[in-house]
Design a protein around this ligand. Structure first.
Ligand SMILES: Cc1cc2nc3c(=O)[nH]c(=O)nc-3n(C[C@H](O)[C@H](O)[C@H](O)COP(=O)(O)O)c2cc1C
Length: 173
């Protein structure tokens, strides 16, 4: 199956997953702006990866806008975020990025990445600073919220190649 992996990554975690998937699947791998120049008719499977931004998947619009054209292809999307894989909020958040019809056509996965403040853009850093400040100011914080403040206040890496396994199974299944 001729496969292309397309990614949008700000600090490198999504790119890392995209490259792991492409290597394991024997697929081509391109950053979104490069991929847009390619002829998608040449591929049987299209895998798109974006990073989680306030519950959304970054740059998902291009992929979603083409779903209707790609009726004969296997479509997979993956999202890379700072949350651990067992966060119960992930599944509903992923779902809300797609309409029901789109969700039927696309298999959607989550891969934990982390935070890299050194590589983050200034607007993203500012958004994170405001988010942490708001969370800190909240009264009666839950234990999970207290823990979250500690974790996301500095860089960390929870990416692991094992999280590509369900994506590969889906691709080959
Ligand atoms: C403004 C902003 C919003 C974010 N929102 C979420 C989120 O809703 N859920 C999540 O799990 N991670 C969130 N993150 C964390 C990123 O998705 C995470 O750092 C990811 O690994 C970045 O991928 P990249 O290295 O490919 O850019 C957010 C990060 C930023 C900067």
């Amino acid at each position: 199956m001729k496969t292309i992996v397309i990614y949008n990554s700000q600090t490198g975690f999504t790119k890392r997953y995209a490259m792991w998937i492409a290597e394991a699947a024997g697929a081509e791998c391109f950053e979104l702006s490069e991929a847009k120049k390619k002829d998608m008719a040449a591929y049987d499977a299209i895998i798109f990866g974006g990073w989680a931004c306030a519950g959304g998947i970054s740059k998902l619009g291009w992929f979603k806008g083409n779903i209707i054209k790609w009726t004969d292809k296997k479509l997979i999307a993956f999202c890379v975020g700072g949350s651990p894989a067992d966060n119960p909020e992930i599944e509903p958040a992923l779902k809300q990025n797609f309409t029901e019809a789109e969700f039927e056509k696309v298999s959607v996965f989550y891969c934990p990445g982390g935070f890299n403040y050194e590589k983050m853009s200034a607007p993203s850093k500012l958004m994170m600073k405001m988010f942490i400040k708001t969370l800190k100011a909240k009264k009666n914080k839950t234990e999970a919220e207290e823990e979250m403040i500690k974790i996301i206040s500095s860089s960390y890496d929870i990416s692991d190649k094992k999280y590509i396994e369900p994506i590969l199974e889906c691709l080959n299944g």
